[in-house]
Design a protein around this ligand. Structure first.
Ligand SMILES: [Zn+2]
Length: 162
């Protein structure tokens, strides 16, 4: 996202040269630069006994992984645990960063995590229509139409994170 107006005071931003960053949108009133950003999200491979949790959201077609926005002031690991808790109703243990992805459609920086689930029964959020545990092979097939979810699963299985 490229800011054109100041999110604090609403003034139109000008372009100002800031060191190595080059020209950056800048509010003269607040004396603040507003660097273009891609909103950070987490996407989580929740794993239990060699299976992975896939969900079907009410607003979406097909199955995918738990994902959601990182809140202001929140660490990505906390966001991963919170999102898994909200969507699946289970504790996500030991969230571990795998890799990041840029998701162009949403202009998101997607931070891919794997976490362990010690309890398998879901208590789904209202946004989630259904969820289940799938073998990695099944999951690969079911995530074929997705981008980041499939890449994260593949990168996890490749062990490219080490
Ligand atoms: Zn301003």
């Amino acid at each position: 996202m490229v800011f054109r107006f100041c999110p604090e005071c609403g003034e139109a931003l000008i372009m100002r040269r800031i060191g190595d960053e080059g020209l950056v949108p800048f509010c003269e009133g607040c004396d603040m630069p507003y660097f273009p950003i891609s909103y950070p999200c987490v996407i989580c491979l929740v794993v239990r006994n060699g299976k992975v949790a896939l969900i079907k959201e009410k607003k979406a077609e097909g199955l995918t992984l738990v994902a959601g926005y990182v809140r202001a002031g929140e660490r990505a690991e906390e966001a991963a645990r919170r999102e898994v808790g909200e969507e699946l109703g289970i504790e996500a243990e030991k969230p571990r960063f795998i890799k990041s992805y840029y998701y162009q459609e949403g202009d998101n920086l997607m931070l891919g995590f794997v976490c362990a689930a010690y309890r398998g029964e879901f208590a789904l959020s209202e946004e989630v229509e259904e969820a289940g545990w799938f073998s990695f092979e099944e999951a690969k097939r079911l995530l074929e139409g997705t981008k980041v979810a499939r890449f994260l699963l593949e990168d996890y299985l490749k062990g490219e994170n080490y």
